[in-house]
Ligand binder design. Structure first.
Ligand SMILES: [Ca+2]
Ligand SMILES: [Ca+2]
Length: 463
């Protein structure tokens, strides 16, 4: 019965190559592969259940335990989903009151060739699997390209959904078509009474193919949108506004664009990129773990058809959220980046890689970048504190390992059986401890570690 103090790096603990670091101003982020070997992750979300939820374009939904990277396939609809080229199982959102209403909203494509359609559905989560599909919006005209499909659920329980022009640009200005639009729906799929037109799903129009959507400061809604050859856009979305496509690309800055913009009150983008870099999902970052990113939008970039422009672009927002300044691009060495989510406790970033070439190919991974020096100051939040100790494997058989965050170096620890027996105690001298189980009988134990932040306890099982 003894601890063997590990002097090996963080990376070995997770069984990956040596940890890499990225510097953001004065902040150092350390890389970790959370999941590897998955196939074209399209949506990643940090769920209200503190798991990462992922759609794979080929038709699966995965639920990942962020600390261990262990995941389960909670829905396998590869036989139902059309996933050649751009179509597939795409956008996803979880019900805002997931604990009491465990519904997962998903958009996927079906059919084939030019008859591809898409639908918005919900599934029920039973703690193990997703089932009981409810179709909320069906037979949405799709296509081999430009299927939009990013969704967001608002605090007032409405679904916002981007729909692409399916390659038919004229649809975007046609108010009788839902293509090339941002839609707003009730959670049961009906049209909200307070939509701009109470008989229409359309919330804003003149879009080409928006595949990024997030809320930012002051509740403002932003989207990213793919341009054709030029003028990828970053927009503030306002109700019932025209965003110009196909008559206007990017800013109103040619003679014909200026005429159209004046006639139809077109809302110009905050930022644009030419030639196109293929802008994808966006997320609002406002966590103290990376102070350089506070009050920013982070945008996943696929890199454009010829590649080379991929990464995460830092967009610094003004305090009122009405102006945006393009900052540096980071994380440029992973190929196409499709989506990004944030750990709300420690501010870590998780990115979904999509391979080197259009429209994406597996195998792919979910990469974490985390500021290991960041101390979670809210000691009243046990979920946050528990993140300071990671246990692997759990259950364990011959030996197990604990990883402590740096701020628990020097902490006092105890390992206690559930019959109250003190198994061992000491100081945390290394971020990693290996536990030899030869004197442990099968059962449940817990480790507690105490420092100035408080006491963290975490349970593990010996088999
Ligand atoms: Ca996302
Ligand atoms: Ca223009």
């Amino acid at each position: 019965m003894r601890f063997v103090l590990s002097i090996l790096g963080v990376s070995l603990f997770f069984g990956i190559s040596f940890a890499q670091e990225v510097t953001i101003g004065n902040t150092t982020l350390t890389q970790r592969d959370v999941v590897t070997g998955i196939q074209v992750p399209w949506e990643i979300i940090w769920g209200p259940d503190d798991h990462i939820w992922i759609t794979e374009r080929r038709g699966q939904i995965l639920r990942v335990e962020p600390e261990s990277g262990n995941f389960t396939v909670v829905l396998d609809w590869r036989n139902e989903v059309e996933s050649g080229g751009e179509p597939g199982m795409l956008g996803m959102a979880l019900h805002p009151d997931f604990e009491n209403t465990p519904l997962v909203y998903v958009v996927y494509c079906y059919g084939s060739g030019f008859s591809v359609q898409e639908r918005l559905v919900s599934f029920e989560w039973d703690g193990m699997n997703l089932s009981n599909q409810q179709i909320l919006l069906d037979e949405i005209p799709g296509g081999g390209i430009h299927n939009g499909s990013r969704i967001l659920i608002t605090d007032d329980q409405k679904i916002l959904m981007t729909i692409g022009d399916r390659g038919n640009a004229d649809l975007s200005q046609n108010m009788n078509s839902i293509n090339g639009k941002l839609l707003r729906l009730n959670l049961d799929g009906s049209i909200p009474d307070d939509n701009p037109d109470p008989n229409s799903y359309i919330y804003s129009f003149g879009h080409r193919n928006a595949q990024g959507l997030c809320f930012g400061p002051n509740g403002l809604l932003y989207s990213s949108e793919h341009g054709a050859q030029s003028s990828d856009e970053f927009n503030i979305i306002e109700e019932n506004r025209n965003y110009g496509w196909p008559n206007v690309q990017g800013a109103c800055n040619t003679a014909s664009e200026i005429n159209f913009c004046n006639a139809f009150d077109v809302k110009e983008p905050l930022l644009e990129w030419s030639p196109c870099i293929a802008v994808n999902d966006i997320i609002y970052y406002d966590h103290p773990a990376i102070p350089e990113f506070e009050n920013s939008i982070l945008m996943a970039v696929l890199g454009g058809l010829s590649g080379g422009a991929q990464g995460i672009i830092h967009i610094q927002m003004s305090e009122d959220g009405l102006e945006a300044t393009e900052g540096e691009k980071y994380f440029t060495n992973f190929g196409r980046l499709r989506d990004i989510c944030i750990n709300p406790y420690n501010g870590a970033l998780y990115m979904a890689t999509n391979g080197p070439g259009y429209p994406g190919s597996g195998p792919n991974r979910i990469v974490e970048y985390r500021n290991l020096d960041y101390v979670v100051s809210n000691t009243n939040d046990p979920a946050a504190l528990n993140r300071f100790i990671q246990i692997s494997p759990n259950p364990m058989t011959i030996s197990g390992q604990f990883q402590f965050s740096n701020n628990f170096l020097g902490a006092y620890y105890q390992i206690i059986g559930f019959n109250g027996q003190l198994m061992e105690e000491g100081r945390v001298f290394s971020t990693e401890l290996t536990l030899d189980l030869k004197n442990y009988t099968a059962g449940t134990y817990y480790i507690s570690a105490t420092n100035s932040l408080g006491t963290v306890t975490k349970t593990f099982v010996v088999q």
